[in-house]
Write a protein of this length. Structure first.
Length: 136
């Protein structure tokens, strides 16, 4: 069984309720204590082992936190997209004969990073001179 511990900041405490069970209320000073407090309250009310069920903590999120989380998620997606574009550009530049140093300068990254992103030599990739391993 899985229960939800919803919690709302109230003064210096987190006020905890469990919507699936009427009458389960508790409080905790810190968010990392909510699960344990909810688990203890549920186990006492239902007279069961506190480890016999799961608890999912759902804190009420201030608007600023929601906005920050969305922005951080968008940043991660943009970083992944930039990394994919960089790998594609590195491979394209090296296959056209650009040197590792020139590719790095054009992309604004180090030559070492270009080498890390380049296909490995001998596996149909590019060697350090910037030429196809098959053509070398």
């Amino acid at each position: 069984m899985k229960y939800t511990a919803t919690c709302v900041r109230s003064g210096g405490w987190w006020a905890i309720t469990v919507p699936e069970i009427t009458g389960v209320f508790s409080q905790a000073r810190r968010l990392d204590q909510v699960e344990g407090m909810a688990r203890e309250a549920i186990a006492l009310l239902l007279e069961v082992d506190p480890l016999s069920f799961d608890v999912e903590v759902q804190p009420e999120m201030p608007q600023e936190v929601t906005r920050a989380r969305k922005a951080r998620s968008a940043l991660r997606a943009a970083e992944e997209s930039a990394e994919e574009a960089t790998v594609t550009a590195v491979r394209a530049l090296l296959s056209k004969g650009y040197t590792v140093r020139d590719a790095g300068a054009l992309l604004g990254i180090s030559a070492q990073r270009v080498s890390q992103l380049a296909p490995k030599r001998g596996a149909g990739g590019i060697n350090k001179g910037g030429q196809d391993a098959a053509a070398a």
